[in-house]
Design a protein around this ligand. Structure first.
Ligand code: MLC
Ligand code: AMP
Length: 509
């Protein structure tokens, strides 16, 4: 019986344009990569990594700046059956040490500037191979340039892992999220169809590629439809505006849209070829939606996803896009809202959002007990998001049952930040919260009780930054005499959020 290949790369390459000379992407500097180049370069990298002894199922940890070569490395991992493990280039050595220890990769690929730090960490973790990869090459490119670019694509099982991405938790350490070839293929196919992607599309790709949004949603939709991309190394509103007129789709987090709105040149003319603006990863304010429509004539399509599930719901391509909602479930995805007893609540009521479908991950890396905790007996995954579903089946995300901050589309777990601050000299205790912020949606703020007079804002921020990535480091620290507690002695974060909700607004006046 004929079985379709399970390897995601086999599907991507089958969808490449008939003419492999067509561009897959062009960078902001005008460097062009044809589909044939992606295929050849990823084949060479895969061949070299195999020769190093990397085997299917081995993790390949990658902490590099965004570049076309980094995309080729991702494709190389897919085609060879390696598990791609991307890391935010902003992680500190301490953060990296944890990820490498937990993922136990066979190789780490990093930027040249980080090589010596990573080599030390790799030695401690018993990782044999460290290579570099940058925009202009690196040891991985040098070593693989003579490899034969054979067309080999590893045969994998649908549930074999394609990628390992980490997300933190309210307690404990970050957990690896295991995504299979079948997860990614199912979701990418669904999105290509739901959002009407074709070879004629040109995606303005400005998202980072170490998260689901830029990596699987952006790259996935473009490559599985044979479209092309304008590939920007990072989001810069002026650059995005410069390239917008030649593009048909933009994907971004809400901060991208608020920053674009601050550009005087954003108008209908700049968007003349755009057919779709997608927003996700954090709530899009209805005001941003309305302002964007007034300025450009476009109703932003908001969708909802998470690393564990890829995309779950989406406002329709054709049909009503309701501001403040993330749309109905995507085809093949089931969603329900339940109360604390696990019973489905009536339309309009708020409860916990659960999802089931081929997009939902295979479980947490080496944590079967945590995986079991987060799935119901009938196979739904509990997202930890609070939501309601209206009469038309549109989902609205109204809150989170997890203590989590989303800053510029990046998740921050207060516990992780509190742990670092509490260890600083002069600090008795701290509570970390998210405070409304016009640019980032929410900004990380630490409310700190000093143990003596030595604690001050600048010192705490500088010391925390040494151990935490920049996006997790508090933007402000407020020193107080004590934290509000309830009768159970638990810190009342709701009261703190209320007290400080105008913190950034006030400070700008
Ligand atoms: C960077 N910094 C941030 C930050 N990003 N601080 C708070 N929140 C953020 N999101 C810090 C840096 O560490 C640095 O601090 C300083 O800000 C300036 O860095 P920068 O690189 O110049 O920042 P900027 O270009 O302004 O970046 C902001 C941003 C970027 C919003 C453009 O963060 C971004 O592209 N976010 C998208 C994230 C994303 O892809 N999310 C999808 C997750 S997937 P220092 O101290 O180092 O100087 C997901 C599932 C789903 O959630 O549904 O999609
Ligand atoms: P991550 O763990 O980085 O994958 O982030 C996933 C979380 O981002 C979800 O659980 C939601 O809380 C949030 N999220 C993603 N998309 C949206 C959206 N459109 N609106 C509100 N929250 C969102």
């Amino acid at each position: 019986m004929h079985r379709e290949p399970a390897n995601l790369y086999a599907h991507l390459s089958a969808a490449f344009p008939a003419d492999p000379g067509l561009p897959a992407l062009e960078t902001g500097a005008g460097e062009s990569w044809r589909y044939a180049d992606l295929d050849t370069e990823s084949a060479r990298l895969a061949a070299f990594l195999r020769r190093l002894g990397i085997r299917p199922g081995d993790r390949v940890s990658v902490q590099v700046e965004k570049s076309p070569r980094a995309l080729c490395l991702y494709l190389a991992c897919l085609r060879a059956g390696f598990v791609y493990h991307p890391l935010n280039p902003g992680y500190t050595a301490e953060e990296l040490g944890y990820f490498l220890g937990d993922a136990e990769p066979a190789i780490v690929v990093c930027d040249e500037a980080r090589r010596s730090t990573i080599e030390k960490l790799a030695a401690t973790a018993g990782i044999r191979h460290v290579h570099t990869l940058g925009r202009d090459g690196g040891s991985l490119v040098d070593a693989s340039c003579d490899e034969a670019a054979d067309g080999r694509v590893e045969s994998v099982e649908p549930r074999d892992l394609a990628a390992l991405l980490y997300s933190s938790g309210t307690t404990g350490k970050p957990k690896g999220i295991m995504l299979s070839h079948a997860n990614l293929l199912a979701n990418t196919r669904t999105l290509v169809s739901a959002w009407g992607f074709t070879e004629r599309d040109r995606l303005l790709h400005a998202l980072p590629i170490f998260h689901v949004h830029g990596l699987f949603v952006g790259i996935g939709c473009a490559l599985l439809s044979g479209a092309s991309m304008r590939w920007l190394a990072k989001f810069d509103a002026a650059e995005v505006l410069r390239f917008l007129p030649e593009c048909t789709v933009l994907m971004g987090v809400p901060t991208y849209y608020t920053r674009l709105l601050a550009q005087p040149g954003l108008d209908a003319g700049a968007c003349r070829n755009v057919r779709l603006f997608v927003s996700g990863s954090a709530p899009l304010l209805p005001e941003t939606f309305a302002e964007f429509e007034a300025r450009t004539g476009h109703r932003i399509l908001e969708r909802y996803g998470m690393t564990e599930t890829n995309m779950n719901t989406s406002n329709p391509l054709d049909g009503e896009r309701k501001a403040g909602t993330v749309g109905p479930p995507l085809p093949g995805v089931e969603v329900r809202v339940v109360d604390d007893a696990g019973n489905t609540v009536p339309a309009g009521d708020i409860g916990r959002l659960q999802v089931r479908g081929p997009n939902v991950f295979e479980g947490y890396w080496r944590r079967p007990e945590k995986t079991a905790e987060d799935f119901t007996a009938d196979g739904f995954f509990d997202t930890g998001d609070q939501a309601s579903i209206d009469e038309d089946g549109y989902v609205a995300i109204v809150g989170r049952s997890r203590d989590m901050v989303i800053s510029g589309g990046l998740n921050v777990y207060p516990k992780e930040v509190e742990r670092v601050i509490d260890e600083l000299p002069g600090v008795r205790e701290s509570a970390v919260i998210g405070v409304p912020h016009d640019d980032l949606g929410e900004a990380v703020v630490a409310i700190v009780v000093a143990a003596d007079g030595s604690a001050d804002e600048a010192r705490i921020i500088a010391a925390a930054r040494e151990r935490l990535a920049g996006y997790k480091t508090p933007k402000k620290v407020v020193i107080v005499d004590e934290l509000p507690r309830n009768t159970m002695a638990k810190v009342q974060k709701n009261r703190l959020r209320e007290t400080y909700r105008e913190l950034f607004r006030r400070s700008r006046q």
